[in-house]
Design a protein around this ligand. Structure first.
Ligand SMILES: C[S@@+](CC[C@H](N)C(=O)[O-])C[C@H]1O[C@@H](n2cnc3c(N)ncnc32)[C@H](O)[C@@H]1O
Length: 224
């Protein structure tokens, strides 16, 4: 799939980390800032997917959406939902999906720290969480969206034997992912080293790492 960036020009700047409060659940905030993404308990999937069915695949922190769009093209039988906290990339992806009339792909402007209550139990076949913001400083680690709560949500929403896929270029974050998985009874995982065993479309950040020869780490976690 080749995205026509002349027809769909990317915004000049995708601003980063506009407000640290976006990385905390709305229920924990005294005042929810005006640029905080909507929080959903339920979603009408008819508004998102042409077959009206809920998503069976999630791309959390989908960024500019290269992986999301490529995956939807390669797997027309899936309904893939991208979740992204920054509005600018979400608007660009939405415009592309509508412009190209893609029925099996959608995107939600949403901060995943609020959980996945709009996704049914054991309804999802794959969850991708690629190159999460690493928040390396100790005082910022509370902002990491991948935590025990999200792992519980992942375990609840995935079908048995289906997978959570993690990728990062930060060794410390990779260790953090493994520690969380080690401490959770719902998963067993393997470290993936070969591209053949991974066999998924390339993400924007992965592409960047490959071009700059930056190593990255991959985990596939199976729900028990
Ligand atoms: C480093 S980028 C990686 C993007 C993409 N997955 C890739 O591999 O190219 C991390 C993305 O996660 C998004 N993100 C960070 N915290 C989030 C949250 N709480 N909810 C949803 N998305 C979040 C960021 O805005 C950013 O687009």
């Amino acid at each position: 799939m080749k995205i026509d960036y002349d027809k769909y020009p990317l915004p000049r700047r995708f601003r980063h980390h506009t407000n640290p409060l976006l990385y905390f659940p709305a229920s924990e905030l005294k005042i929810v800032p005006p640029n905080y993404p909507p929080v959903y308990d339920e979603i009408n999937w008819q508004e998102h997917f042409s077959n009206g069915a809920p998503p069976d695949t999630l791309d959390i922190g989908c960024g500019k959406g290269t992986f999301l769009l490529e995956y939807s093209d390669q797997y027309p039988g899936r309904n893939i939902l991208g979740i992204e906290v920054r509005k600018t990339p979400t608007d660009w992806i939405r415009n592309y999906i509508d412009g190209e009339n893609i029925g099996n792909c959608s995107v939600l402007w949403y901060s995943v720290v609020n959980g996945l209550s709009f996704i049914g139990d054991e309804s999802v076949r794959d969850i991708f969480y690629f190159f999460p913001d690493p928040w390396p400083k100790r005082r910022h680690q509370k902002r990491r969206a991948f935590n025990n709560l999200l792992l519980d949500e992942t375990a609840r929403t995935l079908k048995k034997d289906d997978r959570l896929w993690l990728q990062t270029d930060v060794a410390e974050v990779d260790e953090y992912h493994k520690d969380l998985l080690d401490g959770h009874a719902g998963f067993e995982y393997e470290i993936i080293e070969s591209d053949n065993d991974w066999n998924l479309p390339v993400t924007n950040k992965e592409n960047f790492c490959r071009r700059k020869n930056i190593p990255f780490f991959r985990i596939a976690a199976r729900k028990k």
